[in-house]
Design a binder for this molecule. Structure first.
Ligand SMILES: [Zn+2]
Length: 82
């Protein structure tokens, strides 16, 4: 799958700030649940932009030094054209 120079937009708008996601992103399911789910809450999942997710991480009491941004390649990655 090629997008040319366009960055594929993520789901949106963000449940917290209302902005569109600037790109498609995800985090580990266990970490997402720890940050975004409270005991006794329903199954409704928020849609979060990366900034609001990080804000929730710190509000939940986690204090990571940084976040790793790695590409999630399609099944058959294509090299960028020159
Ligand atoms: Zn947001």
């Amino acid at each position: 799958m090629k997008y040319g120079n366009e960055v594929p937009m993520g789901d949106g708008p963000c449940s917290d700030c209302g902005q569109e996601n600037p790109f498609v992103w995800w985090t580990d399911n266990v970490f997402w649940n720890a940050v975004c789910r409270q005991p006794g809450e329903g199954n409704e999942e928020p849609i979060l932009c990366p900034t609001c997710f990080v804000r929730r991480v710190f509000e939940a009491g986690y204090q990571p030094l940084a976040f790793r941004l790695t590409p999630d390649w399609p099944w058959h990655p294509e090299r960028p054209s020159a």
